[in-house]
Design a protein around this ligand. Structure first.
Ligand SMILES: C[S@@+](CC[C@H](N)C(=O)[O-])C[C@H]1O[C@@H](n2cnc3c(N)ncnc32)[C@H](O)[C@@H]1O
Length: 281
């Protein structure tokens, strides 16, 4: 543990640290579309967008939102980050999953929280970044009445948790605002629904039909609230307009790569982008 933190101190002064195999947990390409979502929002809102991020981990997504604010809003706007930075997996449902064990170890030792603090300190001071170290349920309960232009859901991916995060987000989104999230690897129409339901309290499973891995809790919860949504490499988004939900298009928004990514993350993002670029919605 000390090694990571010493390394931070010594080699990453004023620089983001994402050089760790668990720094970016999902497909790096999704960060391109997070930045693009702010480009899309620009036509609905001229200044000071308020972003709520549920689940921040090392802060890679926070840095991507900050980059989007820099590009499209002169760095002006706010990002409220909510994360308990404490072990959260139901271990009996996730035995023999190496990534779960490694994540829990990092959270237990408070390494993740320290890296997150380091990373957000590298964000331009014009951007108002606040963090709330608490469970998302508590945050929503204690901040009723807040309104946001973007709410990004990326915390516990099991069904009950995602479902609650979406329901609470709906009560805090501005008209013209966007609810979005990570890890919609497959949509409900693409998977075996019965298997999805049986496993909805697991983080990640394989669909028996497609043989692809996905998060059943995210897939079911998103479908229950919004039906089939537009998504880009697993990042999904939907816009509220006069109390109805509308798909958004990111097709014509410039492609901007995260400046905080390591070479390896950039390579993965580029490679994946090249695979999907002809199907961007
Ligand atoms: C998938 S990671 C977030 C990754 C991050 N958004 C990124 O892209 O860099 C999930 C995070 O959600 C947090 N988390 C899990 N359950 C939570 C809950 N109920 N309330 C708040 N945070 C939670 C975990 O501590 C973890 O840091």
């Amino acid at each position: 543990m000390m090694n990571i933190l010493e390394n931070l101190e010594r080699n990453y002064r004023n620089k983001p640290f994402l050089d760790h195999k668990r720094a970016v947990l999902s497909a790096p390409v999704r960060h391109i579309f997070m930045i693009a979502t702010l480009g899309y929002l620009k036509s609905y809102k001229n200044d000071l967008p308020r972003i709520l991020e549920i689940g921040s981990w090392f802060g890679a997504s926070t840095l991507s939102w900050a980059q989007g604010l820099e590009k499209y809003f002169d760095s002006k706007g706010s990002i409220d980050c909510v994360d308990a930075w404490q072990p959260f997996f139901d271990i009996k449902n996730h035995e023999n999953e190496d990534y779960v064990y490694e994540m829990e170890q990092l959270l237990e030792k408070d390494v993740v929280f320290k890296i997150f603090q380091h990373n957000i300190n590298t964000i331009k001071k014009f951007t108002d970044v606040q963090f709330f170290r608490t469970l998302s349920d508590n945050f929503f309960e204690q901040n009723k009445g807040n309104l946001y232009d973007i709410i990004f859901i990326d915390a516990d991916h099991t069904y009950n948790a995602v479902s609650k995060d979406i329901r609470n987000s709906i009560s805090m989104i501005e008209d013209g605002g966007i609810i979005c999230g990570d890890d919609l690897n497959l949509q409900l129409n693409e998977v075996d629904k019965k298997i999805a339901n049986i496993n909805k309290n697991k983080d990640f499973i394989q669909d028996p039909n497609t043989k692809k891995n996905y998060h059943p809790g995210v897939t079911i919860a998103v479908d229950e609230f919004f039906g089939k949504v537009n998504s880009w490499g697993g990042f999904w988004a939907i816009q509220k307009k006069s109390n109805t939900w509308h798909n958004i298009s990111l097709k014509d928004i410039p492609i901007i790569y995260p400046q905080h990514f390591t070479k390896e993350l950039l390579y993965k993002a580029e490679d994946h982008y090249n695979d999907i670029k002809d199907q961007i919605l």
